[in-house]
Design a protein around this ligand. Structure first.
Ligand code: TRP
Length: 342
């Protein structure tokens, strides 16, 4: 069964019995989250949390070092990420937010896991290959090749059985399943084989018409002000046809703006385009208003939490304690299974 069919089936299983699932997903702390993340994954996380699924959100700080030598201003970036989570509705009473560098037993799983994969398997990973091609480093670090195995530890330390991610992460969940299966074959059952839950995420383009991305300066971040948002959207690329339509294939830039307004208003993009009628200026006015209105309560919550950074840090500390307790329990099961209890 392909991943998309399986994901649709899983959706029904989640609705029927949310308590059966433990979701593990997360982000690299490389910068602030933006509207692409919000409509792509964050909304989905909150939806599952609210359905009663147990949610673990990993801030994958070691993973920042895959394509750069040092992670700049990490503490600040992590704080910003947690602010974004809180602002969109991730509830620390129900969800566990943690940083993998603070969980030694999670990281120790990397060693037995590395023994369960071959070098050619690591070299074949299409996402890693793509990242190497786009890396600004002159040579490839060992972490670049092995981080998918580390990511398996992120997922399996808490026996996560559902991983909601985009298509690019599919190879990493595949290797996680392989590792879980081989561990069971060699040592006995400790880990579940997690399922991937592909989100039917709309692809939002950045204001320059390329993929919305933290590193391309084309993204509306959740924490930006209404003025910054207006400025960025006013400068967004459109095309020469004055009549506004929703036609993603032939008119990607205009359609992405229409889609953005539609997502913010919870409406159909075709109807939004028809209502605008003519003119890029009218389109941009509509988008700016829709985005700023939609983000206003999120931004207000973000600002309120930002005024209490001690609380934000506390959330990560509590999450890390919780993750440590679970990781130590899992590692002791691994030790027993591997016969390394002395
Ligand atoms: N690789 C993911 C990304 O770049 C982040 C991540 C790290 C992750 N560990 C994870 C995602 C475990 C899901 C599960 O977005």
């Amino acid at each position: 069964m392909d991943a998309i069919t399986r994901s649709a089936e899983l959706e029904l299983e989640i609705q029927a019995d949310p308590a059966r699932f433990r979701v593990l997903t997360g982000d690299r702390p490389t910068g602030p989250l933006h509207l692409g993340h919000l409509f792509g994954t964050l909304r989905n996380r909150v939806r599952m949390q609210d359905l009663g699924v147990e949610l673990f959100v990993i801030v994958a700080d070691y993973q920042v070092l895959t394509d750069r030598d040092v992670a700049d201003r990490l503490a600040e970036t992590v704080e910003g990420l947690v602010l974004d989570y809180l602002a969109v509705g991730i509830d620390p009473e129900r969800a566990t937010v943690f940083t993998h560098s603070a969980v030694p037993a999670l990281n120790q799983l990397l060693l037995p896991f590395l023994s369960l994969v071959t070098v050619p398997e690591l070299q074949r990973n299409p996402t890693v290959k793509d990242e190497i091609a786009h890396s600004r480093q002159s040579s490839v670090s060992g972490l670049m090749f092995t981080y998918p195995v580390h990511q398996a530890a992120d997922i399996l330390f808490c026996k996560g059985n559902l991983v909601p991610v985009g298509l690019d992460q599919l190879p990493h969940v595949e290797i996680t399943r392989t590792i879980a299966r081989r561990f069971t074959e060699r040592y006995g059952p400790v880990f579940p084989e997690p399922d991937v839950l592909l989100s039917a995420a709309p692809v939002l383009l950045g204001t320059d018409g390329t993929k919305m991305s933290k590193s391309r300066n084309n993204a509306i971040t959740l924490g930006a002000t209404a003025d910054e948002t207006a400025r960025l959207l006013k400068g967004a690329r459109t095309d020469a046809d004055r009549h506004i339509t929703y036609d993603p294939v032939n008119r990607p830039e205009v359609s992405s703006l229409v889609l953005l307004a539609a997502l913010c208003q919870g409406r159909d993009p075709v109807a939004v385009a028809a209502e605008i009628g003519d003119g890029a200026a009218a389109l941009k006015r509509t988008v700016i208003e829709a985005v700023n209105e939609f983000l206003a309560p999120i931004r207000a919550r973000r600002a309120a939490y930002a005024a209490d950074l001690a609380y934000v840090r506390k959330i990560v500390q509590v999450g890390n304690e919780r993750a440590n307790a679970i990781a130590e329990q899992t590692l002791s099961e691994v030790r027993r299974a591997m016969g390394t209890v002395y």
